[in-house]
Design a protein around this ligand. Sequence first.
Ligand SMILES: [Zn+2]
Length: 216
Amino acid sequence: MIFIGTMEWASTRMRGTFICPNCDHSENFRLRASRPFLTLYFIPVLPIGALQEYVQCSRCKNAFETAVLSNRMMPSPSSSAVENAGQKEVPLEEDLLKTIALMMVEDGHVTEDEIRVARRLYENMVESSLSREQLGIACSQVRLHRLNTLSFLATVAERRTHEEKLLLVQAMFGVAGADGEITPGRLQSLVKAQNVLQLDESEFQMAVGATSQWLA
Ligand SMILES: [Zn+2]
C-alpha cells in the first residue's frame, strides 16, 4: 500500500516571539519543517515536493504558515524564509483550495458528497477545473502542514480583500453543509471564522445565505 507520509525536521535555526493568532498574546514560537515522502508499508521511500516550513506556537501548539511572522514577530531577527514570506503574493485560488481542503479534513473523514460539492464550489468560484487528484493532494498537504481552519484563516485575513474573505466564508459553508448536516466541530469553526476574518455579523450572514449560488 502506497500513501503519502511525512518526515519531520525540527529546525533549530530559528526561534522567537510572536503574537500568536490563536492565543492572541505574545508567545514563543519555533520554526519547524517537514517534507512529504511517498511511503511504502510505512517506510519513506521517495521525497515528493520541497521542504515545507511552518511556525509552531509553543503554548497552544497550533501551526501557522510562515507568513504569520511578517507582521506579528517581535523583534525581527533576520531569516530569509521569514523576510520573503511576507512579500510573497498568494493567488486567491490557492487560499480558496486550502480553505476547502481544511474544511473537508476537519472532522477526520471525507465523503463522496464533500468531494463533489468541493469541486463544484471551486470550479464555479474561479472558473477553472479541479480534478479529484488535485483536491486529494490539497487535502493531504494541509494535513502534513498541520494547519487547522482557524489558524489558516488568521494568516489569510491579512492578505485578502473584503470580497475575497466573503468568498472563503461561502466555500467553508458550502463544504460544511455537503452532507446535509453540519458537524459540531465544523459549526464551531464557522462561527469563529467571522471574528478571525474581521467581518461584521450582517454581511457575514448575507454571504452565508448566498452560498447556494455556487452550488448550481
Ligand atoms: Zn498559541
